[in-house]
Design a protein around this ligand. Sequence first.
Ligand SMILES: Cc1ncc(COP(=O)(O)O)c(C=O)c1O
Length: 398
Amino acid sequence: MCTVEIEPIHVYQGTLDLESKIDEWDLRNQDAPINVCDLSKIVSKYNDWRRLMPNVMPYYAIKCNDELPILKTLGDLGTGFDCASRAEIEQVLSLGFDSEKIIFANPMKSISHIQYAKENNVTDSTVDNAFEMYKIFKYYPESNVVVRFRSDANKALSPLGNKFGCNAEEDGVLLMILAKALGVNVKGVSFHVGSGCCDFPSYGRAICTGSALYKAGNLIKHNMELFDIGGGFPGNDDEMFCNIAEVVNKSLDKFLGDVKVKVIAEPGRYLVSTAYTTICKIFSKQELRGSDDQLEKVMYYVNDGVYGTFNILIYEDFKIDTIHFKNTDSETFNSLIWGPTGDAADKICDNINLPNLKDGDFIAFPNMGAYSIVTSSAFNGFTLPKTKFYIRKDLQVI
Ligand SMILES: Cc1ncc(COP(=O)(O)O)c(C=O)c1O
């Protein structure tokens, strides 16, 4: 049963007209930015996933964006959830989804979080070292563990291998032997090639390594049944995603075709990136002119920045796109967009071409759904955007 109130979801027909949202939400008379989330995009990402990787069930990594309408939409479609903490587990359960739908996919867990998982019957969690294996033995020995090994993409926007994942050949097998000695069941294996993977063959390498570890688990007489290929799927690069899907399908067939196994993944950004557009207002500007009074550059100051929704710019090479709502024939100028805070690091993008926009005009930024809201702060007292949720009429799932 759902025990929380979910934000209203507005139904639209045809296409979602972003410009009309500026008046609809009275943005001209206020200083807060807004996010517009089109849940239909999440539904179509899910459909593409099921079409391209029908044998891999997505468990949405809610760390990526935990707004409730997203969790409800995905859960209703049938995804599971990857939770990394007690609070994330609470969120999923508060929506009425079953604890069986959750994998506690954080190899390093606080004791109170393990106890909460136990009280709420969340039985599966990832582990990558002996210390954590003993902790599970002590606090939740009847649960199942999934051994997470390290297998990195050659290039990813946010690599994870330095922090998580054991060496599969040596430590992975030893961990399984330790679990056997302690009486803790190993249910499967997992990996994460790195978030925002730019190296699709890395999934093939990881599945090859993981299949050997999985089979070792069978030999050690664990009840192996789960193969978790983690996250890393790109948010808005369809070609890369198709390449990954092809490698995953072929590799699962080649290395695990003869084994009975449930295959899951933990996609985050793939499902939500494209669904969000952040609409910001220009509240100040400067025109930089050369000695001949020619306009050389325009600097805009908008009401959200890298300490807010654009936080992702600090730690990954995120490509900013802009929508400016002006006639596309307008003359354009070299432009720079600053965030609102008093820090010069608060720069959204530079050297982009925009028409000469006015104070009070709006700029929208698409593809802002992943690792944006969840990592933002109201530094310097600037208001963070609220999200307005929409879904196309023929796709309504809630
Ligand atoms: C354990 C785990 N699973 C899944 C994800 C989601 O990754 P992505 O958004 O790249 O799909 C992350 C991201 O950090 C993670 O740490």
